[in-house]
Design a protein around this ligand. Structure first.
Ligand SMILES: Nc1ncnc2c1ncn2[C@@H]1O[C@H](COP(=O)(O)OP(=O)(O)OP(=O)(O)O)[C@@H](O)[C@H]1O
Length: 264
């Protein structure tokens, strides 16, 4: 497997306190603390950890949204932290995000079709309506849905629009930040299945972020566990699930309910 993304000793600190931005001796809080890992082509790496462990900050670092992050973030061999504006634009086309709450990230005044067309409009090109419709269909929505507004959809359908919007620009890597956390369990499974089908069809790689190790287990080839900004353990899925080494991983696993509550 070829490496698509490599993080080497990535650190991201935020200033602490009200005067933090202006003070010379400002205190800093380390949200990402010396994180290193690789992600291969067509691979799904799950990142789990409790709220505040640094998962979303990590995704934002990869997108180059924090130029003051330290270390190295190599995407297709190019250091995101040293990329110029043109290179960053290309990286941000090739690396797309899916968010937890599609409702707040979808423009309420646009139809599903317009929402998916928007990233294509920014890029220019032809047949964008056609392409948006094809992508919505690929994500499980039908012709009858194309002209509807976000409030007319269920949570799962809205996430399908969010997935289509990310997919329409033909990315290589998708950063999925808690993409199923706002959904009912049965709908979560549908979105996971959709992501798996799309991975097959489009040769996608995923960084799948969740606080829920049971969800990550369903989709990830490898799992990385974050605790207080550190990646405390990373291994293939079965090793993490069956033979965790870190105490925090063990704690996360002990909180997972059994698959069948009647099973003894
Ligand atoms: N812009 C910011 N300024 C200051 N602190 C921040 C900022 N963004 C994040 N943090 C802090 O960094 C830590 C990690 O936050 P992050 O959102 O990455 O965690 P998370 O694991 O994604 O949790 P959640 O699932 O709740 O979003 C938290 O303590 C958060 O308060």
């Amino acid at each position: 497997m070829t490496d698509l993304l490599t993080l080497n000793h990535v650190v991201k600190k935020f200033p602490v306190g009200r005067k933090a931005l202006f003070s010379k001796e400002r205190k800093m809080f380390t949200a990402i603390d010396d994180v290193s890992f690789t992600l291969g082509e067509k691979e799904t790496l799950g990142i789990v950890g409790e709220s505040g462990s640094g998962k979303s900050t990590l995704a934002r670092c990869i997108l180059g949204l924090y130029p003051d992050a330290e270390g190295e973030i190599l995407y297709k061999g190019k250091d995101v932290l040293k990329a110029d504006a043109k290179e960053l634009k290309a990286i941000r086309r090739d690396v797309q995000m899916i968010f937890q709450d599609p409702y707040s990230s979808l423009n309420p005044q646009m139809t599903a079709e317009e929402i998916v067309m928007e990233p294509l409009r920014n890029l220019g090109g032809e047949n964008i309506r056609e392409k948006a419709r094809e992508t919505l269909s690929l994500c499980g929505l039908s012709k009858a849905h194309f002209g509807r507004f976000p409030h007319e959809f269920s949570g799962g359908q809205r996430q399908r629009i969010g997935v289509a919007r990310a997919l329409v620009v033909e990315p290589t890597l998708i950063l999925a930040d808690e993409p199923t956390s706002a959904l009912d369990v049965s709908i979560q499974a549908q979105i996971i299945n959709l992501l798996e089908e799309l991975q097959e069809e489009r040769n996608l790689s995923y960084l799948f972020i969740s606080h829920d190790i049971a969800v990550v287990e369903h989709i990830a080839d490898r799992i990385g566990v974050m605790y207080r900004g550190q990646l405390v353990e990373i291994n293939d899925r079965d090793s993490i699930m069956e033979n965790p080494r870190d105490d925090y991983t063990k704690k996360l696993l002990s909180a997972v309910p059994p698959m069948d509550p009647h099973c003894k």
